[in-house]
Design a protein around this ligand. Structure first.
Ligand code: PH2
Ligand code: MG
Ligand code: MG
Length: 170
């Protein structure tokens, strides 16, 4: 079976943000298998200021799904986890975006790959640096390390995951 390597960004700024990221990752199987995880970062809202800070993470996955089937799968996970429609750049319980899909380039109404805002988003480039600093953007042909130089990382903080739920603190 044809296996693709895909980078997916995860974001949440409503409810239990850490749980939302975990639930999203755990909902991917069996069609989509995570193979690398960045650290989780606390990031200031980008695009629209008046909303809570985000937790962001990037994962690498393997999948045989083609791009539009993967998109449908991510949208249905977002819905199952309770995401409700808001406005562009507005607050969300969980957001799962395809960043890169092999070296494929797609430009359609529903889906643009690579994700069109990668170069402007420290909340994507900082976690990408954890797992794929040498990955080459198939359109600009610049490696992640090089793209990451041009964004401000000042307000991006590593997030310390909470203790496992149910663990004894005595
Ligand atoms: N997602 C957005 C808009 N703004 N800002 C941060 N920090 N993190 C996000 O994931 C994010 C955002 C729309 O998808
Ligand atoms: Mg998004
Ligand atoms: Mg999205």
């Amino acid at each position: 079976m044809d296996s693709h390597t895909v980078f997916i960004s995860l974001g949440s700024n409503l409810g239990n943000r850490e749980k939302a990221l975990k639930d999203a990752v755990n909902s991917l199987s069996p069609d989509v298998t995570p193979t690398a995880f960045s650290k989780i970062y606390e990031t200031p809202p980008w695009g629209y200021d008046q909303q809570p800070t985000f937790l962001n993470q990037v994962i690498r996955v393997k999948t045989a799904l083609p791009p539009f089937d993967l998109l449908d799968k991510l949208k249905s996970i977002e819905k199952d986890l309770g995401r409700r429609p808001t406005f562009r750049y507005g607050p969300r319980l969980i957001d799962m975006d395809i960043l890169f899909f092999d070296a494929i380039v797609i430009s359609s109404e529903r889906l643009t790959i690579p994700h069109p805002e990668i170069e402007n988003r420290a909340f994507v480039l900082v976690p990408m640096m954890d797992i794929a600093p040498d990955f080459i953007h198939p359109v600009s042909c610049r490696p992640i390390t090089n793209l990451a130089k041009d964004v401000s990382k000042k307000k991006i903080k590593e997030y310390q995951p909470k203790e496992e739920i149910g663990r004894d603190h005595a």
